[in-house]
Write a protein that binds this ligand. Structure first.
Ligand code: ACM
Length: 633
């Protein structure tokens, strides 16, 4: 009897293993595991059923990727002998839409990727690459290794059409090559929109030919290192040698590079606030005279951030809504921006405008009288509407941060909701198109673990919270929620290695939130995939945060007036070990199992996590006084 069922059991076990092996991020709509593997052999041939240039280009991108990993491949037109067939449907498969694909890996036969549009083929290839071992990410990594691809049938298409990442290249400058590297990383996870935050107080990064000072002055500042936001005020004698900008040729190259990878670039010119780099270049754009006070910010304090209400500028970093020269300036800027970026939207920022200088400006009072504006929200709204008219005259649609809703918004403007989801909900209810990028789920500049372990930023956002991001709230018209986006602000990100650290693995979580069907998202299945992708990032030489291996802490007094500390691991399978005697814990130290009373005289708690006898997390050392400030989350 048992013998009779053995083959069945063996099959089931095999099928289970096959399921466990696949670690595709973002999770596809449907995966049907099949028996066996396809082994491509020494010479891979890639073929397409069309001569369309973009499909041939996709075939070459794949061939180049395989060549980098040490696999010989050629692009041929003979579909019969092809190892990898790219098939463009002549009659569209309605399920797949514009970006969907079907991928089949058939033992002894080969691989086919079919799609309605070239974009779908491109995404099918990203999935195929994730079926290959991680060495595909390493130079010559697969050269002497027989490759075996699990048999499978995958049908896949995105939940949202806007799958964005915002990259702040203003606070710190990143080169054209670093932006291309960013694009290369994002497309592996099927992101299709790169929002470039091109201007801010700390630098204007885009050549505007009719306004040369924006980059000769506005792109450069005094270099400071340490904790951004707390820097000393730069001395006039210090050299302004930190910065850079993209020439218009650079931008054309980036736009083309992105297009070939099915990424649109959304440019952001952040006005009327966050405009110190522009004002340092052209001080007459400010409401407040005093050209000598304006400088590109190096990270010194220029603003008060009240817990509620509006920001209070210590320096006027806003463009003056009552000054016609500002609109002439913006017309020039947006004329060139519109020519450079083919994407239908231009982002005008609109966030965090300090109005305390506007309150004191006679020209603003006059504007309010003439235009019958009853408060400063309406002044900002007047400004946003004027910008909207300028953009419309260039054939573009306006999008801005959710502050643009305040005081009234033109009906055809789109809103990017960052102060939670509520601005997006309000905007959708008023009929605006919305992109959800709430700081509560999608701000990748926030710390990924306890602040003792992470470079300090003012807020935390762990992977599991990021994974809970759902761009579509209940009760709004789904057609108006175009998608979601994660934002990587770079005040505290000085270099590309740290940029990667902040981006991964949370970028995986957002990718699933914007691509995968909601019902396919599951934390317990996601975590092992994250760990598989850590290996892929290792192979590619890309940094990531290991913060999921570090516990979180909370402390509170018990009824005996003793301090209790509660530790929580973010993922399953870890043991947490600790000490209060200043020594370094390992797996032989006491294992945490329930809230601990902090010994009365202890000064320091150290903790570390282990898995299967191996250290998993970093040793974290928290002074007890600091521990007592950790609130239960
Ligand atoms: C923002 O984070 N100020 C949009």
């Amino acid at each position: 009897m048992i013998l009779k069922f053995l083959p069945c059991l063996a099959f089931l076990l095999f099928a289970q293993t096959a399921v466990a092996q696949l670690a595709i991020i973002p999770e596809p709509v449907s995966i049907v595991n099949k028996t066996g593997h396809f082994k491509p052999g020494k010479q891979i041939s890639i073929s397409a059923n069309t001569e369309r240039a973009e499909v041939q280009h996709i075939a070459r991108l794949l061939s180049n990727k395989l060549a980098h990993a040490g696999l010989n491949s050629s692009v041929s037109s003979n579909a019969h002998t092809a190892t990898i067939n790219l098939i463009l449907h002549s009659a569209p498969d309605k399920n797949l839409g514009k970006e969907g694909y079907q991928l089949k890996v058939i033992p002894l036969q080969g691989i086919s990727i079919s799609a309605n549009e070239a974009a779908g083929l491109f995404y099918g290839i990203q999935t195929l690459l994730q079926l290959l071992p991680e060495q595909v990410e390493t130079k010559d990594g697969l050269k002497n290794q027989p490759v075996s691809i699990p048999a499978v049938e995958i049908t896949d298409y995105p939940r949202f059409s806007w799958r964005g990442l915002m990259f702040d290249v203003s606070r710190h400058f990143f080169t054209k090559q670093e932006v291309k590297d960013f694009i290369d990383q994002m497309v592996k996870y099927k992101y299709n929109l790169l929002h470039l935050h091109l201007t801010d107080d700390e630098g204007w990064r885009l050549e505007i030919k009719s306004l040369p000072k924006l980059t000769s002055v506005g792109a450069w500042r005094v270099n400071k290192t340490g904790s951004f936001g707390t820097f000393s005020v730069p001395d006039e004698k210090e050299p302004k040698d930190y910065g850079g900008f993209y020439t218009q040729d650079d931008i054309r190259e980036l736009v083309q590079y992105a297009k070939e990878r099915y990424v649109n670039i959304l440019p952001e010119i952040d006005v009327p606030g966050h405009s110190l780099a522009a004002i340092a270049s052209y001080p007459e754009l400010s409401c407040t005279p005093g050209a000598e006070n304006y400088r590109v910010r190096s990270g010194e304090k220029i603003m008060e951030w009240p817990p509620k209400g509006h920001f209070y500028g210590l320096l006027d970093n806003t463009l003056c809504p009552a000054n016609e020269k500002v609109y002439e300036f913006l017309d020039k800027v947006f004329t060139e921006v519109a020519q450079l970026f083919p994407f239908e939207y231009i982002h005008m920022g609109g966030d965090e405008t300090a109005r305390n200088f506007w309150e004191k400006t006679p020209a603003i009072k006059e504007l309010m009288k003439n235009e019958q504006l009853s408060n400063l929200d309406e002044v900002q709204s007047y400004f946003v509407k004027r910008v909207g008219k300028i953009l419309k005259s260039k054939g573009k649609k306006l999008i801005g941060w959710d502050e643009i809703l305040e005081g009234g918004l033109a009906p055809d403007a789109a809103v990017m909701s960052w102060r939670g989801m509520k601005g997006g909900i309000e905007a959708a209810k008023a009929g605006h198109e919305v992109i959800m990028s709430p700081s509560t789920f999608a701000y990748l500049d926030y710390m990924q673990g306890d602040k003792i372990a992470e470079p300090p930023v003012y807020a935390s956002l762990r992977l599991n919270k990021t994974y809970q991001f759902d761009p579509l709230p209940e009760g709004v018209d789904p057609k108006l929620i175009k998608g979601g986006q994660a934002n990587v602000w770079t005040e505290q990100i000085y270099n590309t290695r740290h940029l990667q650290y902040m981006l991964w693995p949370r970028g995986f979580a957002i990718a699933e939130s914007v691509w995968s069907p909601k019902e396919k998202k599951e934390w317990k299945l996601f975590v092992p995939k994250v760990e598989t992708h850590f290996k892929r990032l290792d192979a590619a030489g890309i940094k990531y945060a290991p913060s999921i291996y570090d516990p979180s802490f909370s402390a509170a007094k018990n009824t005996n007036n003793e301090w209790l500390v509660t530790l929580a691991a973010e993922i399953d399978g870890l043991t947490i070990h600790y000490s209060f005697d200043n020594s370094f814990p390992d797996q032989y130290y006491p294992q945490y199992s329930a809230p601990l009373v902090i010994p009365k005289d202890a000064k320091l708690m150290r903790v570390v996590t282990y898995r299967n006898g191996k250290q998993a997390g970093r040793i974290l050392s928290i002074p007890v006084e600091d521990l007592k400030t950790r609130k239960a989350i």
